[in-house]
Design a protein around this ligand. Sequence first.
Ligand code: 5GP
Ligand code: MN
Length: 326
Amino acid sequence: MIESKPRLASAKEVAAELRRRSAFVMVSHVKPDGDTLGAGLALGLALKRLGKRVCYFQQDGVPRNLRFLPDADLVSRELPPDLPADTLYVFCDMSDRSRAGEYLPAVDRENVLDIDHHLGNALFGKLNFVLESECSTGSAVMFLLRELGVPIDDRIATCILVTVMTDTGGFMHSNTTPEALELAAELMRRGADKEEITEEIFLRKRVVATKLLGRIIDAMRFEHGGRYCYSYVDDAMLAQTGADGEDIEDVVNTLLGQDGVDVAALFKAIEGEIRVSLRSSGKLNVQAAARRLGGGGHFRASGLTCRGSLSEAFSAVEAALVAEGL
Ligand code: 5GP
Ligand code: MN
């Protein structure tokens, strides 16, 4: 039998599927960010308003700066044992399903909905609602909320605005389109708490995080005529400063922001694995570079996991960047 090639689903088709099902698990990716959590929480809140049963699965837990989100206290690594057989698992903001982590029980493709905005999404769901031109997965979810006709209250609006603000870097990245700003305005009118989002996610830092940032900045190296900047953080630096992995979320953007830098990498050698964040000013495709090493993401922001030593990781990533034109 010839497998039919997965295609993209329309908002109408997805809304019909959502109406048909009675129970949902909203799945967010490992080391969650505002988009993966905000998108799932917004859709979960809306489905509950339609009388559906909703759970939120997350392997690593909700980071401190996102705990103010409505329903964040319901996000868990455990799933209830009595979910019905036709439960729909809604994967938000992941280009492939392995990004959900290894703790999620096996799920039939028939019961998977994939909602995303990454380049090169693997189309791993029964239905794949993938809008590459959207600034966030949450803004893709907005199309579904409109199709479902659910009223967008202040809680849902806050969740969606978090997705827009985090994935546009507080309206600074190039995905800050007029449509993204119009959506943000609409969400504020519906009661989204922009002040709280700005404070919790963008302004407030732990003192230990700022100390760690100092260490990472001290370790910066510049290569390729100053166009490539990279640095690292390891368990020892965390122990010495008292910071943790959540405190380095946006540090790679500081590296990219240095004069003359076109590409930045932050290597995070924490608890036995090396996670790498890549950022580009727009000249070089870091999604393609990450994909060479088994990762993925967007043209200007991507990530991957390296094996081996830190110096091997430095070499592998530099080679992948060179292959993409560095
Ligand atoms: P970050 O550097 O903030 O962890 O990730 C930047 C972007 O790349 C995000 O959109 C994230 O979802 C994506 N990304 C990060 N790591 C991976 C990975 O290992 N695989 C894939 N496919 N995407 C990743
Ligand atoms: Mn996203």
